[in-house]
Design a protein around this ligand. Structure first.
Ligand code: NAP
Length: 430
């Protein structure tokens, strides 16, 4: 028997498990710190993008195969160490994603009301770590920093009316707080221009169909239309949306302003954020942005920085600080230790990008471990955890938590999530 542990039950973890479980004589344990599986599908993907979340049914199929087991509510690092796992399993695959925000390194970034997207997205998605965030939504201005899809998710969620959350699984605390929001102007600050955005067309197009909010683009920021021809087709579609927003400004109570060539250089306020100081930029030949020393202020009572994520380092595991990911040779970190998904590649690509990644790492592991080295594996982990008084949450337990969440859903919504670990455990009688 060969034994593999996967740390992290998000897309990268389950796509890896999907490949591994097809092999003979293998036992795969998918370990997660939370009592609930699916990682970013549950707590990252926007609650109004249910079609993307539907992929969790595929992971469920993998989780329910005989040779795959979910080991929930077990923290690697405190309940069990990486070294212990490497001792117990033929291979340990880190599929821990990139849950930490890249720091916004400007004066004032520590003021109250300046929040990273990991925290804000975690808050509206009911991640137990961020359920108590309580972001200030009492000022009309909000600044969203970054020109990626996360900035779009955040701006759209801030702009939606309660009715537009019908059919979503946004959690009650966010639904209630957003319903009372004073927001009138959302500024999306991009340090480069329309041709340098990292936003995909479908997500950008959604901004054109909001009930009370409309996007604004200054036509002067757009490059000559002929230049769009050199863009790859997806980007061209995205830029076409921006051109449409610029050509047809629609008056609605909430505006979503795209501030291009706009680099936040400081955040100011008395005890809490009141404004972002933005420096206008130009681009050099290599399309890098440079300040022009012309500045302006964006009034904002909440600043959400959506400038990318990083994987938290683990002591003793080689790490690339500049890239915010584990250091690996195509996935091999150290003998018996692997990385997959964002923990390997860094925080880019869609959920689907993890599918070929998981398959490759799964095959690499199978090739490396051969028939296995007679390690203790699953029974070994169970004995170690039992000795420490730790009782993992099983997949069967998770399905009971899920049933309770589905039963608590508002009419038309798929579920009402538990937002604390205690409430999740209570649902299974612990
Ligand atoms: P991202 O796509 O890497 O975008 C990060 C943005 O932050 C870029 O516009 C970048 O600008 C900007 N930025 C970085 N450092 C900055 C700084 N110091 N000051 C100002 N701006 C800064 O990251 P993301 O939006 O977090 O998304 C992560 C991944 O998840 C992406 O692959 C994304 O497509 C994916 N995702 C997909 C969906 C979806 O498909 N619906 C939803 C959410 C996320 P520069 O280009 O100038 O560096």
């Amino acid at each position: 028997m060969r034994h593999v542990a996967i740390v992290g039950s998000g897309p990268a973890g389950y796509y890896t498990a999907e490949t591994l479980q097809k092999a003979d004589d293998i036992a795969v344990d998918v370990i997660d710190r939370l009592p609930v599986p699916y990682g970013l599908i549950r707590t990252g993907v926007a609650p109004d993008h249910q079609s993307i979340k539907a992929v969790s049914r595929r992971y469920e199929g993998t989780a329910l195969t005989d040779n795959v087991r979910f080991v929930g509510h077990v923290s690697v690092g405190s309940d069990v160490t990486i070294d212990e796992l490497v001792g117990l399993y033929d291979a340990v695959v880190l599929a821990t994603g990139a849950p930490n925000d890249r720091p916004l390194d400007i004066p004032g970034a520590g003021l109250a009301g300046v929040i990273g997207s990991a925290a804000f997205v975690g808050w509206y998605n009911g991640h137990p770590d961020f359920a108590g965030l309580d972001p200030p939504l009492d000022a009309p201005g909000i600044a969203v920093i970054g020109n990626g899809n996360v900035a779009l998710d955040v701006a759209r969620i801030l702009a939606k009316t309660p009715g537009e959350f019908g059919g979503s699984d946004i959690v009650a605390h966010a639904r209630d707080a957003l319903a009372k929001s004073a927001v009138r102007e959302i500024h999306i600050l991009g340090r480069r221009g329309p041709h340098q955005i990292a936003m995909t067309p479908k997500e950008l197009g959604e901004l054109g169909h909001l009930e009370r909010a409309s996007p604004r683009v200054d036509p002067a920021d757009l490059p000559p239309e002929g230049d769009d021809a050199m863009l790859e087709p997806g980007m061209r579609k995205s830029v076409t949306h921006l051109r449409q927003f610029a050509a047809n400004p629609v008056a609605k109570p909430v505006t979503i302003d795209f501030d291009f060539f706009a680099m936040p250089v400081a955040i100011e306020g008395e005890g809490k954020v009141q404004r972002v100081i933005v420096e206008r930029t130009t681009l050099d030949e290599d399309l890098r942005s440079h300040g022009t020393s012309e500045t302006y202020a964006v009034e904002a009572g909440l600043v959400i920085s959506c400038i990318g994520y990083q994987t938290p380092p683990i002591p003793g595991v080689p790490y690339e600080h500049g890239r915010g990911r584990f250091a690996s040779d195509e996935g091999r970190i150290l003998p018996g230790l692997y990385a997959v998904g964002w923990a390997r590649r860094g925080p880019s690509g869609t959920i689907g990008t993890n599918k070929p990644d998981g398959a490759r790492i799964g095959e690499m592991v199978l090739e490396d471990i051969g028939r296995g080295a007679g390690k203790a594996g699953r029974p070994g982990l169970d004995a170690l955890l039992a000795g420490r008084g730790i009782s993992p949450v099983t997949f069967r337990d998770w399905r009971r938590i899920e049933e309770a969440e589905v039963a608590a859903a508002l009419d038309g919504n798929p579920r009402e999530k538990f937002t604390s670990i205690e409430a999740m455990l209570q649902a299974i009688g612990r």
